[in-house]
Design a protein around this ligand. Structure first.
Ligand SMILES: [Zn+2]
Length: 340
């Protein structure tokens, strides 16, 4: 192993959360995961407009490239700016030079009309040739009809669905609710509170750091027969760091755990976005070996080549101006925080 790898894949992101940093404290301090959703994320997503979504995606894509991540599997929600939102995200990522698999998280949180418009945004984007999955927020915020409609749309369009599963204790019913709906091309984020032996088909997606931040428990992803992939759940997309955290969390409960297991989860991301395998990232460290990387913080990309084009050089993106993106994103963050 030398100092290059293919482009890394963040298998579960929320690009819209890029502007959350510095947001005002919620009116009431959340004391559990449900309250974290209600007090923070469901107030934030409701305040988003398309311009904020554009610059949060530009910033998130820039930060991905700066971490050697060339592919993002995104899960988006913006209940007051649904129509066109997936195209805004896809265009922003393309402008920076990052691959993205988009999904709009369908939910009944905003009534049947909100669910219908979410489904329509997935359908519009996918039928127009967009790269994506059908997004579903989570079983616990969807009626059975909405879950069935989203699954039917996914199978009609020949793609999987991207859904949060049993991230908190309020969604322990998810395996029963999703019984018979999932397929091998589904992406099941979190799966913390599901039994080892379950009937869900698809790839299980693990977010070590986000789970620690939300105090939702340890998934113990090594217990599943399903393939496992790693994501950030919206906390940037530094996948070397996510790999390292996944290893240490595993090691914390098993002294025989090795970095190779978590590295294998990172590599499984290439099954979701195979094109990322053709991207070439040259790193500041050699060798790019799991046993080295688990104990070497601060490894960063020097150069990234995608489709023969140098998209990152000397710590900077080549297609866009990083300074300008940070300035514009900060302006949009200010607007967003004012609304909160
Ligand atoms: Zn998530």
């Amino acid at each position: 192993m030398g100092n290059t790898t293919p482009g890394l894949v963040c298998a579960h992101h929320h690009l819209y959360s890029s502007l959350a940093r510095g947001m005002p404290a919620p009116p009431k301090t959340p004391t559990d995961f449900q309250e974290i959703l209600e007090q923070i994320w469901w107030r934030l997503d409701a305040a988003l407009d398309l311009e904020m979504i554009r610059w949060s995606a530009m910033l998130g894509a820039l930060e991905a490239l700066e971490a050697g991540t060339t592919a993002i599997v995104d899960h988006h929600e913006s209940p007051n700016a649904i129509e066109g939102s997936l195209s805004v995200i896809a265009d922003a990522c393309a402008e920076v030079g990052v691959r993205v698999v988009c999904a709009y998280g369908v939910t009944d949180r905003h009534g049947p009309d909100g669910a219908r418009r979410g489904l329509e945004e997935n359908e519009r984007f996918l039928r127009a040739g967009g790269r994506g999955l059908v997004g579903i927020h989570a079983a616990f915020t969807c009626s059975d009809d909405t879950l069935a409609a989203a699954a039917a749309l996914a199978s009609e369009l020949g793609v999987g669905a991207h859904i949060h599963v049993a991230e908190g204790l309020g969604d322990v019913d998810a395996p029963r609710r999703l019984a018979g709906l999932t397929d091998d091309d589904w992406l099941l984020a979190h799966c913390i509170h599901i039994p080892d032996d379950h009937d869900l088909k698809g790839t299980i997606q693990h977010n070590t750091r986000s789970n620690m931040n939300n105090t939702v428990g340890y998934t113990r992803p090594f217990r599943f027969a399903n393939p496992v992939v790693l994501g950030s759940d919206g906390i940037g997309s530094n996948m070397i760091e996510e790999f390292r955290l996944a290893y240490f969390k595993h090691r914390e409960v098993d002294v025989l755990a090795t970095p190779e297991t978590a590295w294998g989860w990172l590599e499984n991301g290439w099954d979701l976005v195979p094109e990322a395998r053709t991207d070439v990232v040259t790193w500041s460290y050699e060798p790019m070996d799991p046993w080295h990387l688990a104990f070497t913080p601060g490894v960063r990309p020097l150069e990234i080549v995608m489709n023969g084009e140098l998209v990152f050089r000397d710590g900077k993106p080549t297609r866009v101006d990083a300074e300008e993106i940070r300035t514009k994103a900060a302006e949009q963050a200010k607007r967003l925080h004012a609304r909160l």
